[in-house]
Design a protein around this ligand. Structure first.
Ligand code: AMP
Ligand code: GLY
Length: 425
């Protein structure tokens, strides 16, 4: 089977690494990929926003399966194009159509979906550009801190939380005028604040059945002790000690099953990943957000824990046979520490030569994120550069190995958080 994986981050390197081990794989292509995916697959220079170009590449390379890593192509309708163009009748696609991707692409859609299917989440109101006065009036009925969300994709920056009513009013006016988040902010969701701890669950679904993938916690802020601006994620740990069996059970019954059933009841086909961003409030799970893909860097701790053949899982998904599949998970802990470029999540320099030890310690895995190859060398090519993953019997030892790997790598301006997972020990 020939597989095309779309994306270029640490998530895609981790998936490519896992897919490359499949006994069902003939050739793996990654578009556009990075210096890490080039070690396990063939990188294709492909503009994935050009749906016809992706379609031509599928024909040219005899691709049987497309796996979409990031959310933008899903929300943009790449899957609909590939399935509806009539050129790839046998193609299996891992990733939902545009309609299902609205779970991530529109906060208002996701909130209405949860309300409709009685899925626990924060109370909210949703307003468009013609409803500025209504939005301000609704805000007056809320208690601080105020949680304000731009409706559309905003690369993790579309959520503003503030204690200050006047600032909240200003943010709403700016969003609704399209000033602060462009078209993504032309609708806003105003939400109740949930006071709890965040964690994530992941599933793969064929629209009828689902399989849980390992749970994870990620560390979003740039600064130690969860301070400073949000990033894509500075590290992750799986499993999460505070997500006990009772919490899992509640999340499955109150959130995951109702979500899969809700999609089916609404007539929304869904082949792909479901990412449940959860808040644990007094022992109970609430949905903070849905994503229609796997997390990054969560994937860098999920993939090493999957013992089953990932491609076989995807084939079962594509055939609608997920319910018959048994997924084997490694009970050990996997942690990852992100090495980022100095300045990230603000402006940073690219093109710094990366030096990596020739041999990695047992159970240590280095996944490339923002890297590329220049004259045979790996160089930095993004804010998040490398994910230093490691497996061990417990979080303490996994983290020790992740940090040993992080410390053995050098590039100009290398930075990481030193406290990943410390709250879990
Ligand atoms: P989102 O993009 O919806 O996941 O929001 C980004 C981040 O904002 C989340 O990871 C939470 O840390 C925080 N957040 C979002 N919604 C809420 C809420 N209702 N209460 C508390 N924190 C929230
Ligand atoms: N690490 C969070 C995300 O992928 O959205």
């Amino acid at each position: 089977m020939n597989v095309l994986l779309i994306g270029s981050g640490g998530r895609e390197h981790a998936m490519a690494w896992k897919l490359a081990q499949s006994s069902f794989l003939t050739q793996l292509f990654v578009a556009p990929g990075n210096a890490g995916t080039a070690q396990v697959a063939t990188n294709l220079k492909l503009d994935v926003t050009n749906h016809d170009a992706v379609s031509r590449s599928i024909k040219k390379h005899g691709i049987n399966m497309v796996v979409v890593g990031p959310e933008a192509p899903l929300v943009d309708g790449l899957v609909d194009h590939l399935l509806d163009c009539g050129k790839h009748p046998e193609l299996v696609v891992v990733g939902p159509r545009k309609e299902g991707a609205q779970l991530e692409g529109s906060k208002a859609f996701a909130k209405a979906f949860m309300r409709r299917h009685n899925i626990p989440t924060a109370g909210y109101g949703s307003f468009d550009g013609t409803q500025v006065d209504e939005a301000i009036a609704f805000l007056d009925t809320m208690k601080p801190p105020y949680v304000l969300k731009a409706d559309g994709l905003a690369a993790g920056k579309g959520v503003i939380i503030t204690e200050d009513l006047e600032e909240a009013q200003r943010v709403i006016r700016n969003m609704l005028s399209g000033e602060s988040f462009g078209s993504a902010g032309e609708r806003v969701v105003i939400e109740e604040f949930m006071d709890g701890i965040e964690c994530s669950m992941f599933a793969v679904s064929d629209g009828k059945a689902y399989h849980l993938l390992p749970s994870a916690k990620d560390y979003k802020r740039i600064g130690e002790g969860d301070t400073g601006p949000n990033t894509g994620g500075m590290g992750a740990v799986s499993p999460v000690p505070f997500m006990d069996a009772e919490f899992h059970e509640k999340a499955i019954n109150q959130i995951i099953i109702p979500t899969v059933k809700g999609l089916a009841a609404d007539g929304i086909p869904y082949n792909g990943f479901l990412f449940f961003g959860l808040m644990k409030v007094g022992g109970d799970p609430y949905v903070v957000e849905y994503n229609c893909r796997l997390g990054d860097p969560e994937t860098e701790v999920i993939m090493p824990r999957i013992q089953s053949d990932l491609l076989h899982l995807f084939e079962n998904m594509g055939a609608g046979l997920l319910s018959e599949y048994h997924l084997q998970i490694d009970p050990r802990t996997c942690s990852t520490v992100m090495l980022v470029s100095e300045g990230y999540p603000g402006a940073y320099k690219k093109g710094k030569t990366i030096s990596v030890p020739e041999r990695l310690e047992k159970d240590a895995l280095l996944f490339h994120a923002g890297t590329s190859t220049s004259r045979g060398n790996a160089v930095t090519n993004g804010g998040r550069v490398l994910a230093c993953s490691a497996m061990a019997a417990n979080p303490e030892n996994a983290l020790k190995k992740s940090y040993a790997l992080a410390d053995s790598i050098s590039f100009d301006g290398k930075h990481c958080r030193r406290d990943i997972g410390q709250d879990l020990l």
